[in-house]
Design a protein around this ligand. Structure first.
Ligand SMILES: [Zn+2]
Length: 289
């Protein structure tokens, strides 16, 4: 059941965390960096001729003695030609391919934990089989914050296309999509913490093994470039909350010297953070699968 150690995975002590390349796509650079002027962000992430920058969907599989938990499910494969073109979706990388390269069978997944229900974090939990949309993880209980499920169903978002309410309804009826209420330890060592900012009920996941702690801040800190205070996605519902909460998160990550797993960074799955005279930088560990 354990993924091979040579893969992009880490043993935290009684808990193995494996990064899964669940797809590559591209988003408008301006939208990814909000108020930051283009000459600044274009220097660190050169855009293509349509102003898009490369994005990864890095999901995590957490193997504990009793659970095999997938954190986020990526953007899936159910795109029409137009969406594929707009988002420059790489059809060769997918959640299923990523899991199979890591030696993990979808049937092994006992839980799917969503940080939030935007399509690029949840659509991969559903798959089209013989023209019917079905759950990808047939044995898994699916979990998200209660308020996030309500917001997703009501499409409460700054952009109409961020949520797919029909997907969320289907997840509720066809899987056991259950609500979590606030900050809690859902399994031993697996803590969720509501951050707000990106969506009102967006949550980060802290994984506390015997030897090491890893945090998956999800869209609070989607890439290393978002370590800078004002580099905040224009997709965020509450950007000022992102500003204050991520400042506190970075302080705690540095204090605890824990590992960060990036959800959208295409360069590396895991990093340590280090304070520099100009701010905070990411020191990569592991290689992208
Ligand atoms: Zn996202």
């Amino acid at each position: 059941m354990m993924a091979p150690a040579s893969y992009a995975s880490l043993d935290l002590g009684g808990m193995r965390v494996t990064t899964i390349n669940a797809g590559r796509f591209a988003l408008d650079g301006g939208a990814m960096y909000g108020v930051v002027p283009r000459p600044l962000w274009a220097r660190v992430t050169p855009p293509d001729d349509r102003h898009r920058i490369p994005m990864a969907c890095n999901c995590l599989v957490v193997e504990t003695p009793h659970e095999c938990i997938l954190i986020d499910a990526g953007l899936g494969q159910r795109f029409d030609a137009r969406a594929r073109e707009i988002f420059d979706v790489d059809t060769d990388s997918s959640l299923q391919n990523g899991l199979s390269r890591a030696g993990i069978d979808p049937e092994q997944i006992t839980h799917v934990l969503f940080t939030h229900l935007h399509f690029d974090h949840s659509a991969g939990a559903l798959t089209t089989v013989a023209d019917k949309v079905r759950p990808t993880f047939v044995n898994a209980q699916h979990l998200a914050q209660d308020g996030e499920i309500d917001d997703g169903l009501a499409c409460r978002s700054i952009m109409g296309s961020s949520y797919v309410p029909s997907d969320i309804s289907l997840l509720r009826t066809a899987t056991r999509l259950e609500g979590i209420s606030g900050d809690t330890e859902i399994f031993p060592g697996v803590h969720v913490e509501v951050t707000g900012g990106h969506t009102e009920h967006h949550q980060a996941v802290w994984l506390r093994g015997r030897e090491q702690t890893l945090v998956y801040p999800a869209d609070l800190l989607p890439t290393r470039h978002h370590l800078r205070p004002y580099w905040i996605m224009a997709y965020d519902m509450f950007p000022h909350e992102t500003l204050t909460v991520k400042h506190d998160f970075i302080r705690r990550i540095l204090e605890q010297d824990c590992i960060v797993a990036w959800d959208h960074d295409p360069l590396s799955p895991f990093s340590h953070l280090r304070k520099t005279p100009d701010g905070v930088e990411a020191i990569d560990i592991g290689t992208m699968p």
